[in-house]
Design a protein around this ligand. Sequence first.
Ligand code: AMP
Length: 195
Amino acid sequence: MNLPAFSVCVYCGSRNGNLPDYANVARQVGTWIGQHNGQLVYGGGNNGLMGIVAQATADAGGLVVGIIPKALQTIENTRTACTELHVVDTMHERKHMMAERADVFLALPGGIGTFEEFFEVWTWRQLGYHDKPIGLLNTRGYYDGLLQFVNNSVSQGFLNDWQMDLILSGTEPASLLQELVQAAGFAPEPQLAGL
Ligand code: AMP
């Protein structure tokens, strides 16, 4: 098996959400990662968009690194088929390992777990704990309200433009992934079938 060219840490919902487009973009993200010889780093579960992105990565020939806290194995329905599965003791350990193993971060639509993870890597970046690109996939305007809220924080003097510049938002999975991976210094090329 080839060594992966880069690692994408994906944060996303443990549910599917109400619109079929959420599952569609999760599939597109996983497919893009696999087709570009990338590696997915994620929470290690089979539920919701998390399971869809992992399955799509594997189906497209990509490596899947799942990192799940011991206590969440049942509730999050561990994906035992991960290329690498790490069962860790705590949520902090999970998040730390996910961040360490990533070259870039991408948040898809999700719930409070996704929000928390996205904000955590954003705050870590503003503090200089890492310098990895961070993306927000705004499928069907799911994150419009959040972006409006943080832009309001800029207007109100609690955030600066340079902090906003630390995140990239977009609606097209392939172009956003390409932008993130290039910003991390990689030049992703699609794998040619059969070569
Ligand atoms: P959600 O977006 O709420 O569906 O959760 C997506 C993933 O985020 C799940 O694997 C959760 O275990 C994980 N997660 C990470 N940090 C938290 C947190 N502080 N609260 C809830 N879920 C979390």
